[in-house]
Design a protein around this ligand. Structure first.
Ligand SMILES: [Zn+2]
Ligand SMILES: [Zn+2]
Length: 220
């Protein structure tokens, strides 16, 4: 079992087309994949429409599940609920929010706005995550990301500690922009353990939480 719901293609700043990313993830042993290119109000609609076409292709010819998502990135914190709802109306399966990474000037308040929003599925790389933010995510069911991406991963140790205390659920994602970022089952395990998760917590973080997300995103 290998899941990853936060990846990028050349529709934002990744290097692969959606279908090549899908192909390489299948080869690496993925059970399902989420594509979540950086968007704001300007590109939301186009990205969802274009990724959907390759997701349909992968489902039809390879019987492989691709969640068509977006990553709301550097948008005003107060606009997150509105944009997340708009993404879902436009057919997005899942919404990732680009959290307050320790290495980028993300607007303060972004973590909390994402954690409080039921239309958001994943708060990515939240950096200096607070107990209040994690408690809000525990309430709404927003998953908090443990990331394998360099730079963003500086926050992983704190994220695990705060989520554990607040009862927030976690998920491991790659935030892939390059072929070399794509996970393998062994690398996902190593990222989780290095972040401070215990062996006993791995089944929940690497399998149960991704499966919960997949069920939530299943369209009738
Ligand atoms: Zn991000
Ligand atoms: Zn990203």
């Amino acid at each position: 079992m290998l899941y990853d719901f936060h990846t990028h293609t050349f529709l934002s700043d990744g290097v692969l087309s959606p279908i090549e990313l899908i192909r390489r993830c299948i080869v690496n042993g993925y059970s399902a994949l989420g594509i979540s290119d950086h968007v704001s109000a300007s590109t939301l609609e186009r990205v969802i429409r274009e990724v959907s076409l390759d997701a349909e292709l992968a489902a039809r010819y390879w019987n492989f599940r691709v969640l068509v998502g977006v990553e709301l990135t550097h948008v005003p914190a107060a606009s997150i609920a509105e944009l997340a709802e708009r993404a879902k109306e436009l057919g997005a399966d899942h919404v990732v929010v680009h959290g307050e990474s320790p290495v980028e000037p993300v607007e303060p308040g972004t973590n909390l706005a994402a954690a409080c929003c039921p239309a958001v599925d994943i708060l990515a790389h939240p950096g200096l995550l607070t107990t209040d933010e994690a408690a809000a995510a525990a309430e709404t069911g927003v998953l908090i990301e443990v990331t394998s991406k360099d730079g963003h991963s500086l926050g992983n140790g704190r994220v695990v500690r705060v989520c554990r205390e607040a009862g927030a659920r976690m998920i491991v994602n790659s935030d892939s922009h390059l072929p070399g970022h794509i996970l393998t089952p062994e690398f996902a395990r190593r990222v989780a353990l290095a972040a401070g998760l215990t062996e006993a917590e791995l089944p929940e973080v690497l399998e149960q939480n991704p499966l919960t997300l997949l069920r939530r995103c299943s369209k009738p």
